[in-house]
Design a protein around this ligand. Sequence first.
Ligand code: PBG
Length: 323
Amino acid sequence: MNPLLRPRRLRRSEPIRSLVRETTLAASDLILPLFVCPGENVKKEVSSMPGVFNLSVDRLLFETEACLNAGLGGVILFGIPEEKDAEGSGAWATNGIVQRATRALKSRFPELLILTDVCLCEYTDHGHCGLVQNNEVLNDPTLELLARVAVSHAEAGADIVAPSDMMDGRVGAIRAALDENNFSQTPILSYAVKYASAFYGPFRDAAGSTPQFGDRRGYQMDPANRREALREISLDLNEGADMLLVKPGLPYLDILREVRNACDVPLGAYCVSGEYAMLVAAAQNGWLDERRAVLEALTCLRRAGADFILTYHARAAAHWLSE
Ligand code: PBG
């Protein structure tokens, strides 16, 4: 037995492996989600996400400086407001938590790329991503509110707005409102393909945004569906989305590849809170090598087609990549 072809020849040493490696992973591909909360000097760990914190604006500045030094691609801000109401008015308040944080970050670190999550669920007392009437999440009346949120973020200095609500027509509504308010240069990163996933559980602990009744299956996508992802991206691209996001990440690599093959705009993957929690919990039990598992997972998201990745491991990964 003498094999003619020996793929192992190209695996023999790190220099050879490095030469033939098909996928790269760099700190600048990674975007760190940050949870900003009211108060001063607050750094409160999220119970289901060890190493992830709710941060007051002053502490956020401190953490963000470390992100810049690590060479991350940017940060995406989520807000935990002082008060919630039925409409989620804290989401578009000029002095809302994300708006204040964005202004503070922009003036301190002008070179930092700031994305903001555009949604209502962290700000509504019922925890849904839109206006609610008779236990139904209303689509069209929600669009105007989302547009206000996006404009308020752009006014505060956000570089990119990222709607994650899954209302139909929201990209078009946000594009029109941005353009009318002199923000025609602000790009929209659409969470175009967002599934109704159990893997968002820890995020809802972090943001206090668990729906008070029902669930999000009436607006987020059914995990069983693949063709529908292509339909969602073509709608969002027609409405003016500049970049797209697939979410969650690891259980949806097939979707990521499918979307990558179907369009030519920049594409991101969101490795969500539950994915982070799984990896960290296993590592804490000594069941996984966190460093190797995380770098592998992120590389696989890139291989599947992600140009950039939103991940709670961004800073740790940047550190590991620089070693
Ligand atoms: C807001 C939003 C959610 C996430 C990102 N934006 C929560 C949700 O849809 O329930 C989840 C992110 C994560 O789990 O890390 N709509």
